[in-house]
Design a protein around this ligand. Structure first.
Ligand code: NDP
Length: 361
């Protein structure tokens, strides 16, 4: 009895010490309760959102890091109790294959590096979450999907809004036609770029594109998940108010998506406007999110009144869901194929800007 009590107390103490120790304690049965996630690329999103979310997750925890900046190693190791053996750089990355503490690799790098690290992660025998936009081209997305299939590993894209109650309600209202047939969608996402002139997001070889790839994918996603359809045609035009800054990538793009049902989505992606909404006109009433794609502070209304759902930690919900998919051998609701579909739309939008015509997706 005493021995059992001692072990239980030790487990509780370990859980209080650190997420890593907590996961270790839960491994004592031989079966992992929490899967280990390694973040690759410790920039703004990894440090501001994902790592803090991994302190709240129930089915996974931050077990490792991959960084090209040696100075970040100690800071992260101290803050998140990460042992030295679970710290890698971009050259030593492939050695993760022999590390049982790392089950899932989460790629949070500039877009052009997503393909290389997804493929290397799959070859290392790990499941992968890759940030949005999935890659710089449809062809790259296809290679990433193939590599994960070949390695028999799950591939998921960081589409956190599929786990967010307000956006889930928009999916339900639209796909179930609660207010009748969908007529028009107004979807827009953007922010006003500051004075940074050196960011990777301004460089085509690292970002692949500009506001459309970074912000526009949310608007495209919104139109796709409200309708539950794939657009068949797109028409688009580009506008640049700060051409000296946006030399290599797009600043603002206006696009029209035509869906098979006849619904039309008018979208805007921008690095020059503070816009963030998803509005739907349906036969029997309109519904919308006026704060649609942010990490929190979601707001929306339907003909029945204001929406009122809990504001959740979207990243924690997203990563927990993926960890459960891995544990239970189930498909993810945000797979690589979803990222590929968005890139098909993105490429059609760029084609339409170049041709000045309507383009098939
Ligand atoms: P940051 O610029 O803040 O961080 C990127 C990190 O990647 C760097 O800190 C660095 O980490 C690493 N890196 C490796 N090579 C390079 C390179 N050549 N140039 C610059 N950085 C490099 O970007 P974000 O964190 O904002 O974005 C990363 C990814 O996450 C993007 O794909 C972005 O679209 C996505 N994202 C998704 C969000 C979402 O809501 N789902 C929100 C924000 C971003 P290190 O020093 O550790 O090597």
């Amino acid at each position: 009895m005493l021995r059992r009590q001692f072990i239980r107390n030790m487990s509780l103490t370990a859980a209080a010490i650190s997420p890593a120790a907590s996961a270790l304690a839960s491994c004592s049965s031989g079966k992992k309760d929490k899967l280990g996630i390694a973040l690759v690329g410790l920039g703004g999103y990894a440090s501001g959102q994902l790592a803090p979310a991994l302190l709240e997750t129930k089915h996974c925890y931050l077990s490792g890091i991959v960084t090209g900046t040696p100075a970040k190693e100690k800071i992260w190791a101290d803050k998140y109790s990460i042992p030295k053996k679970n710290i890698y750089n971009y050259d030593t990355f492939d050695k993760i294959s022999s590390n049982p503490d790392i089950d899932i690799i989460y790629i949070v790098l500039p877009v052009a590096l997503h393909k290389e690290f997804t493929i290397r992660a799959a070859k290392a025998g790990k499941h992968v979450i890759c940030e949005k936009p999935m890659a710089v081209s449809v062809a790259d997305c296809q290679e990433m999907i193939s590599a994960c299939k070949q390695a028999d590993k799950l591939l998921s894209i960081g589409y956190r809004l599929h786990f967010e109650p307000y956006n889930q309600e928009m999916m339900r209202l639209g796909q179930q036609k609660v207010y009748g047939a969908l007529k028009e969608i107004d979807c827009a996402n953007g922010y006003t770029w500051g004075n940074n002139t050196t960011a990777w997001r301004l460089k085509k070889n690292l970002a692949g594109g500009g506001g459309l790839m970074d912000m526009g994918v949310y608007a495209i996603q919104g139109a796709r998940y409200v309708t539950g359809e794939e657009p068949v045609f797109v028409t688009a035009r580009e506008e640049k108010k700060r051409p000296e800054l946006f030399k290599e990538v797009d600043e603002t793009i206006y696009f029209t998506l035509e869906f098979p049902s006849g619904c039309i989505a008018q979208g805007i992606s921008s690095y020059n406007m503070n816009i963030n909404h998803l509005k739907v006109k349906a036969a029997k009433g309109d519904f919308e999110l006026s704060e649609a794609y942010r990490y929190g502070g979601m707001a929306g209304k339907t003909p029945a009144g204001q929406m009122n759902f809990p504001q959740i930690n979207q990243q924690a919900a997203q990563m927990d869901d993926f960890a459960l998919c891995v544990k239970n051998g189930k498909p993810t609701r945000v797979p690589g194929e979803m990222g590929l579909k968005d890139m098909k739309v993105v490429e059609a939008i760029y084609r339409s800007i170049a041709s000045g015509k309507k383009e098939p997706v």
